[in-house]
Design a protein around this ligand. Structure first.
Ligand SMILES: CC(C)(COP(=O)(O)OP(=O)(O)OC[C@H]1O[C@@H](n2cnc3c(N)ncnc32)[C@H](O)[C@@H]1OP(=O)(O)O)[C@@H](O)C(=O)NCCC(=O)NCCS
Length: 168
């Protein structure tokens, strides 16, 4: 398995595969900003819009197929150049539990540190499997906001906020 960063042109070229991954993730019940059933055309256009930035995307590729992804979203505010939000960490359901998620997370953290980012933050559905990963990777739990977002089935769920100071 290789983890590679996509430049904007490569992101546009891989938007279809990333859309398939987003559809699998949302239809599998994970809360990543969308409702089920996930419309594939919407998923593909959402990824294409990310190519305009400021956004960095990595993909985990196995046997030529995109099986996982993670992104960093950079704020456009002049007072926030030191931080980024870790978003859209997703592993295809058929590839979970084999370390891809941890490897993607580690890759994004190291890249952030290498480019001078000193603070990462994220939010994730409270009590989701991802929480175990973030805690074991050294992220600090800030707290819970109740009823923050609807899960793919439309039910309001809490979100847990985390931050981490990335190191190379
Ligand atoms: C969260 C996610 C990315 C993890 O990917 P993965 O490749 O399965 O994760 P890994 O195999 O690297 O496992 C990482 C850790 O999480 C644990 N884990 C994975 N799935 C789990 C589950 N369903 N329940 C509890 N722990 C789980 C693993 O045991 C491992 O911990 P360990 O090393 O202490 O054993 C994946 O489940 C996913 O895509 N979920 C849907 C999208 C999502 O919720 N993303 C987060 C949005 S903020």
């Amino acid at each position: 398995m290789n983890v590679v960063r996509l430049d904007p042109k490569q992101l546009l070229a891989h938007a279809g595969e990333l859309a398939d991954l987003l559809v699998d993730t949302v239809d599998g019940g994970a809360s990543v900003g969308f409702l089920a059933p996930m419309d594939r055309a919407l998923a593909e256009s959402w990824w294409k819009e990310r190519a305009a930035g400021p956004y960095a995307v990595w993909v985990a590729v196995e046997d030529g197929r995109v099986m996982g992804t993670v992104s960093l979203a950079y704020p456009d505010k002049p007072n926030s150049r030191h931080r980024a939000e870790l978003v859209k960490l997703m592993v295809h359901r058929t590839a979970r539990g084999r370390g891809l998620g941890r490897r993607l997370l580690d890759t994004a953290e190291r890249a952030a540190a290498a480019e001078g980012i000193t603070l990462l933050h994220l939010d994730t559905e409270t009590d989701s499997p991802a929480e175990h990963l973030y805690r074991s990777a050294g992220w600090t739990r800030v707290g819970v906001i109740p009823d923050y977002a609807a899960d793919p089935a439309g039910v309001l769920r809490g979100t847990t906020l985390y931050y981490k100071r990335p190191t190379r």
